[in-house]
Design a protein around this ligand. Structure first.
Ligand SMILES: [Zn+2]
Length: 303
């Protein structure tokens, strides 16, 4: 069997427990410092998840303003007027809108690595390669992941990646502030993070924290990132999310959404009435407060 992990990626792997480098052994990897061994799973993924509890100290700076001077526009995502990658003719997973794709970075060199954090069924591999990256798929448990790992303790050296994609992952993370510190650590200066996070979706699977716009902004800033866009989904409303994912469990999605359509229409009309009465545009406020999820585009400041 050919090794699914390239030598370039091997060179950037570390022991998730002690942070030292790994050496290839017959059926996996061994830490050069603490001697812990990591094995391949039956599906062929290298299992670099934590094998024993670990302390991860964090600090918080209190009393600092959350938003930059002049505030922040939490409006729906508009297409980037200067996209770096042309995805026309490429098969794209349905959840990645053309607006999100327009923010995808192009790989700076043929050595550029991107991390698909929470890669699931590896559905972002093709588009990542189209953008010129070597795709590295990590998940806590997914049969098609290259590497099994923990978002709280990413098994990669500092400054490994030029780009991290994190689609509907944050809500599943038990200690999201730890994850953000890890994302910052493994991103190169100038590297980019793009992702989505649940807001008013019903609790699903093992979701812990669903984020409002301020919560997501706070988390990204805590990770030392510059928030470029933090945008509510216009189409994935809380009513659609609730209907599809909870209220009418197992019902065909189109039927569930048709049931809440009249209520959604009434809700929009009510807010439209409000904007006429107050003479203020309220549509973006409405979308922000009732969206099912947010999309974020952030970057690590250059050194
Ligand atoms: Zn070790």
């Amino acid at each position: 069997m050919t090794d699914p992990i390239s030598s370039r990626v091997w060179n950037n792997l570390i022991c998730s427990y002690c942070g030292h480098g790994l050496e290839k052994i017959k059926d996996g990897a061994e830490c050069t410092a603490c001697g812990l061994q990591y094995k391949y799973t039956k599906s062929g993924a290298l299992d670099l998840r934590l094998q024993r509890p670990k302390n991860y100290p964090l600090d918080f700076e209190l009393g600092t303003p959350l938003l930059p001077n002049g505030g922040f526009q939490f409006d729906p995502l508009q297409t980037n007027p200067a996209p770096e990658v042309d995805f026309s003719g490429v098969s794209v997973p349905r959840h990645l809108t053309k607006e999100i794709l327009s923010y995808f970075p192009r790989a700076k060199s043929k050595d550029s690595l991107m991390l698909d954090l929470g890669c699931g069924d590896a559905i972002h591999k093709q588009i990542s390669e189209h953008a010129g990256f070597e795709w590295v798929g990590l998940d806590y448990e997914a049969p098609n992941a290259q590497i099994l790992g923990d978002a709280h303790m990413l098994p990669f050296k500092d400054k490994t990646f030029d780009f991290i994609l994190c689609i509907t992952v944050m809500q599943y993370v038990r200690f999201p502030f730890v994850m953000m510190r890890e994302i910052n650590r493994v991103l190169k200066p100038g590297g980019k993070l793009i992702g989505t996070v649940a807001f008013l979706e019903p609790s699903h699977g093992t979701s812990f924290y669903h984020h409002s716009h301020l919560g997501a902004h706070n988390l990204l800033r805590y990770g030392g990132l510059t928030v470029e866009r933090l945008a509510p989904s216009e189409t994935w409303s809380s009513l659609k999310a609730q209907a599809s994912m909870g209220m009418f469990f197992k019902m065909p999605r189109a039927l569930a959404q048709a049931i809440v359509f009249p209520l959604e229409l009434l809700h929009k009309l009510w807010w439209l009435g409000g904007s006429l009465v107050t003479r203020k545009p309220l549509e973006n406020t409405r979308i922000r407060h009732f969206t099912g999820s947010f999309t974020f585009v952030a970057s690590k400041p250059a050194e």
